[in-house]
Write a protein that binds this ligand. Structure first.
Ligand code: FRU
Length: 439
């Protein structure tokens, strides 16, 4: 199945991006996938590839449960290339108590997790029976981490060894475990990092350097208090890491990876030019019912990470921007993949994109999806950035069920899921709107 613009579930359910890598001339995005129903269940790794980050093709499912240790799911993880082969790291899950009515669900979080490796010779063939190994058994010491909630290995090559961050929880606080390996197969625990008060468990950690700055992306569970919404949010903090001691110092409390309501579990890799890029799951509050092929879940566009003035920034990937270069007069002229729009939105002005409203109020950008999100009660409807200081420029990508707003080329981003946008665009302001479809 082919898709243009955003990666969407090829049917049924997807969540986190996994194993994001540029390998043998193609970008690979694996993703958490339940192939039978548009809802979360026993996790498989779906697989999509692209040569240009714009045109995607979904390939057959890559990973699925085959071993006692991953019998209830192949949870999130990452990929690296070594000696021409693709190494996939993931969390194997085994339920201790399975829901008597639904074998795809556990009861009361009663499950255990271990970290597993699968090696593929070419990124196209995945031997689910012959090439899986447990590399880090379940954790049994609560002073290290949690037997249940330890997951999402992210591996990178350091100067002298391979390193892995793993999300976990200890004393009801989120933490990162750091492992080191010489050969990608034997791993030793080498460090722990935490910063109290930021959620009770950290999912999907990802550490990298960009512009000489160490950055930690992580997704704390229970971050939002007292709101009728998913309490888990993705953050981005500055963090130094010393390879010699495996000490990680998380320097601040983090800020949102994105100031909308839905992006979660971002994962980064390096692109063909060596840029640090990231994509994330759009945690849509409800499914899209397309007749015989309902689907639920999609990814944001790939973003380039940079660091300036003590914080990370996220701009749309230049190859994606360059592909949305065909001037159009109205949204109805856009094909698959939707459209890009640019404008200046000044203080006190409001833009309405088919019912999705973006206003500039006291310097902040506020998005309101009340009119285009029929899932009230399950999610929040209004969100806003901090005060934007670098100008009034907005670059917005609209593609069916997603609106991505880039403020001043990455000073802030604000992304939301939407349903049933109309084709009307209305600006209560003085700027000029330019619209572009895919070439
Ligand atoms: C984040 C997450 C991961 C886990 C996966 C399971 O959304 O909960 O921590 O590996 O999804 O699908």
């Amino acid at each position: 199945m082919k898709q243009t613009g955003h990666i969407k579930a090829p049917g049924n359910w997807i969540n986190d991006p996994n194993g994001f890598i540029y390998y043998r001339g193609r970008y690979h995005v694996f993703y958490q996938h339940f192939p039978y129903e548009p809802r979360w269940g026993t996790m498989h790794w779906g697989h999509a590839v692209s040569t240009d980050l714009v045109h995607w093709e979904h390939l057959p499912i890559a990973l699925y449960p085959t071993k006692p240790q991953d019998r209830n799911g192949c949870f999130s993880g990452s990929a690296v290339e070594h000696d021409g082969k693709l190494y996939l790291f993931y969390t194997g899950v085994r339920y201790r108590q399975e829901n008597p009515e639904n074998i795809h669900k556990h009861v009361d979080n009663d499950f255990e997790s271990c970290q597993m490796l699968m090696v593929s010779d070419d990124g196209e063939h995945f031997d689910n029976l012959g090439s899986k190994h447990v590399i880090i058994p379940k954790i049994t010491d609560p002073e290290v981490g949690d037997v249940t909630h330890t997951r999402d290995p992210k591996v990178w090559r350091g100067s002298d060894a391979w390193y892995m961050v793993l999300g976990s929880t200890r004393h009801n606080e989120g933490e990162v475990l750091i492992y080191r390996s010489r050969d990608l197969t034997t791993w030793e625990l080498a460090g722990q990092a935490e910063r109290p008060g930021i959620g009770w468990m950290w999912e999907c950690p990802d550490w990298f350097t960009v512009d000489g700055q160490g950055v930690l992306l992580f997704s704390p569970m229970g971050y939002m208090k007292d709101c009728a919404c998913p309490p888990d949010m993705s953050l981005c903090a500055l963090a130094d890491f010393d390879e010699a001691t495996c000490a990680m110092h998380i320097a601040d409390d983090g800020r949102f990876f994105d100031y909308g309501l839905d992006l979660y579990a971002p994962q980064s890799t390096l692109d063909a030019e060596g840029r640090r890029i990231v994509i994330a799951w759009l945690r849509m509050p409800g499914p899209v019912d397309e007749g015989s092929r309902p689907w639920w879940g999609m990814m944001c566009l790939p973003r380039v990470v940079s660091a300036r003035d003590g914080r990370a920034r996220f701009s749309v990937h230049p190859d994606v921007r360059a592909a949305y270069a065909h001037p159009i007069a109205a949204p109805s002229e856009a094909g698959n993949g939707g459209f890009r729009m640019t404008l200046e939105l000044h203080e006190g002005e409001t833009l309405d994109i088919g019912g999705y409203r973006i206003a500039r109020i006291e310097g902040r950008l506020r998005a309101d999806r009340s009119a285009v999100c029929p899932h009230n009660g399950k999610c929040r409807l209004v969100s806003e950035t901090p005060e934007a200081r670098e100008g009034d420029h907005l670059e917005i990508y609209v593609d069916g069920n997603i609106v991505e707003t880039y403020v001043n080329d990455g000073e802030y981003t604000l992304t939301n899921a939407v349903y049933g946008l109309s084709d009307d665009i209305h600006l209560e302001g003085t700027g000029t709107i330019a619209l572009y479809g895919l070439r």
